[in-house]
Design a protein around this ligand. Structure first.
Ligand code: HEM
Length: 527
């Protein structure tokens, strides 16, 4: 039976994952931290016959759960589970909050929702979690998303239009995404002043270095043993702080009528402006403001760029898919009769079935994150067990997204990237009785089998923008260029690689998994 009873306490407990390599007590913790992808592979095997598994993460009791019902239970609005602990870890490790800032959030138990949790009172009258959440939520609203997407498209288009018409050029594709897609996205969020002050190349270099040490900062050795990740963090953070003090705060009256615009050249998107002003208003430090901004840049770029990169690399390698996506994408562009300029109609683009399927399939295959919640009530009831207070519950996307029962088709196992997995063909009959098959996008499994953006109250607030940005990037690339693969390259872009790109296992658990090789391509700009 899958239920193992703990005789001493006489309570039912889930199956315990044996310690990695038999190392007593801390074996699983070590594997989780130093080799997360092998941990996930091992637990995925154990979870083929179980929907809950227990292990220890340091001194903390943790549970992995799978199965749509359990995932749904984890994301349900509930007084007994919370995402705060994980957020506090990121504020400390990634976002440079001061001890005082962290204490303010840690002592506020009133929750993220408009209504404070029963019995909880904000310690100094400020509901920090609610305030933060309220601002983050405005990002997911239609107005923020559409301004951000429009600005992104404007800036990204400028960056592809610099290539000469009709002339072949050799480019390292992933490096292009890391510089040009990230550059356009940052400018769309932040305005022009940040790049003007610290230099775009300099900022991107510092940013990607920071991105590469995120896991070290979150889980690895203390600063005095391994100071390098903290030095890398300090460099990127320094640039953000400089911009905040010298540019953003120097505007003086961010809320004045003349500055009441959707996008400001110095203060960026309205959403960004409002939350940085609110942080100041409630007395959070400049450390927290600049650090939150840096963490936000990570949210903005660390996931969308690997996903758009993988999707394009798949499309480039498959001529039939290339033509199908190109033809679809073409249909979403409109030409302004006055100026003759092409413009992508985002609304039309969002309805394209093959493009949507490629987008969803890339997320399914290349996101690996354990969405984490903490039990804050007396206990939480999941998978038929009462999980005790202070334990962590994690739902690994890798297990849900690769579940054969949910995703496999007769011809394509869940482990395979199959770009048409989420395309269904509906039979349509026109007025002349002619029958045709019309492709439609239909996610191949249920919503609780697919959660690349997490779920519940702390679901990713950037998900709508992310979808538009990724799909628009692909649409612009496949219609602007004809692209042919030349060869796989080492990631520094200098030497030829003898194998295709694989996921860089170092990023396991941090959401999108970037490739560990670049693809050298030859492209010709066609429009
Ligand atoms: C493919 C793209 C992306 C993926 C896979 C992704 C994934 C995630 C995940 C798994 C979470 C945690 C959710 C939870 O705990 O339930 C999250 C949170 C977050 N994401 Fe994203 N994300 C993406 C794009 C973006 C973008 C473009 C932005 C910003 C414009 C963004 C901003 C954030 C922020 C600020 C949070 C923290 C929210 C909070 O704690 O309340 N993300 N994301």
């Amino acid at each position: 039976s899958r239920v193992v009873s703990n005789r001493r306490a006489n309570v039912r407990e889930p199956w315990k994952l044996p310690n990695w390599k038999g190392i007593p007590l801390i074996g699983n913790t070590i594997e989780y931290l130093v080799n997360n992808s092998s941990f996930i592979t091992r637990t995925a095997l154990a979870m083929q016959t179980r929907d809950i598994v227990q292990f220890y993460l340091g001194p903390i009791r943790a549970y992995l759960v799978s199965g749509p019902q359990n995932v749904q239970a984890l994301f349900r609005k509930s007084a007994s589970v919370s995402a705060d602990k994980f957020s506090l870890m990121t504020m400390d490790a990634l976002m440079c909050y001061s001890k005082e800032d962290i204490a303010k959030f840690a002592s506020d138990k009133t929750g993220r929702l408009a209504e404070a949790k029963e019995g909880a009172v904000a310690p100094d009258g400020t509901r920090y979690w609610f305030g933060m959440h309220h601002h983050m939520k405005t990002l997911s609203q239609i107005t923020s998303t559409s301004v951000l997407t429009d600005k992104f498209l404007e800036f990204f288009d400028e960056r592809v239009q610099v290539y000469p018409l009709g002339e072949p050029v050799t480019v390292n594709l992933y490096n292009f995404m890391r510089t040009q897609m990230a550059g356009a996205a940052i400018r769309a969020l932040v305005g022009d002043a940040l790049f003007a002050r610290v230099g775009e190349e300099n900022l991107l270099d510092a940013f990607w270095a920071y991105d590469s040490v995120v896991i070290n900062l979150m889980y690895a050795l203390p600063k005095w043993i391994d100071p390098k990740p903290w030095k890398i963090r300090a460099r990127a953070y320094g640039m953000c702080l400089e911009w905040l003090k010298q540019d953003f705060d120097a505007v003086g009256s961010p809320e004045s009528e003349e500055n009441d615009v959707d996008w400001h050249p110095v203060m960026g998107l309205r959403f960004l402006r409002e939350y940085l002003v609110w942080y100041k208003k409630v007395g959070l430090s400049d450390d927290a403001r600049a650090g939150n901004f840096l963490g936000f840049l990570l949210g903005l770029n660390a996931n969308t760029i690997p996903i758009a990169g993988w999707a394009l690399m798949e499309i480039v390698q498959d001529r039939q898919l290339w033509r199908a996506v190109q033809e679809e994408a073409e249909s979403a562009f409109e030409v302004n009769p006055g100026t003759g300029k092409r413009k992508l109609n985002i609304h039309k683009m969002m309805g394209l079935p093959i493009l949507q399927s490629v987008y969803a399939e890339t997320l399914r295959v290349h996101v690996s994150v354990n969405v984490t919640r903490e039990v804050v009530g007396e206990s939480a009831s999941i998978a038929g067990y009462q999980l005790p207070r202070n334990s962590l519950i994690q739902a690994p996307t890798r297990i849900a997204h690769f579940n054969e029962k949910a995703w496999a088709t007769a011809d394509h196992s869940a482990s395979e990237f199959w770009p048409y997995r989420h395309v269904k063909y509906a039979n349509i009959q026109d007025e002349n009785g002619e029958k045709t098959e019309k492709p439609e996008f239909v996610l191949a499994a249920g919503p609780n089998d697919f959660f690349p953006y997490g779920g519940g109250v702390s679901i990713c607030p950037g998900r709508h923008f992310a979808k538009q940005e990724i799909m628009a990037t692909i649409a612009v690339m496949v219609t602007t260029f004809e692209i042919e693969m030349v060869e796989w390259m080492s990631f520094d872009g200098k030497t030829k690689s003898d194998r295709p790109a694989q996921e860089n296992a170092k990023y396991s658990g941090s959401a999108s998994m970037p490739p560990d090789r670049d693809m050298k391509v030859r492209w010709i700009r066609r429009v």
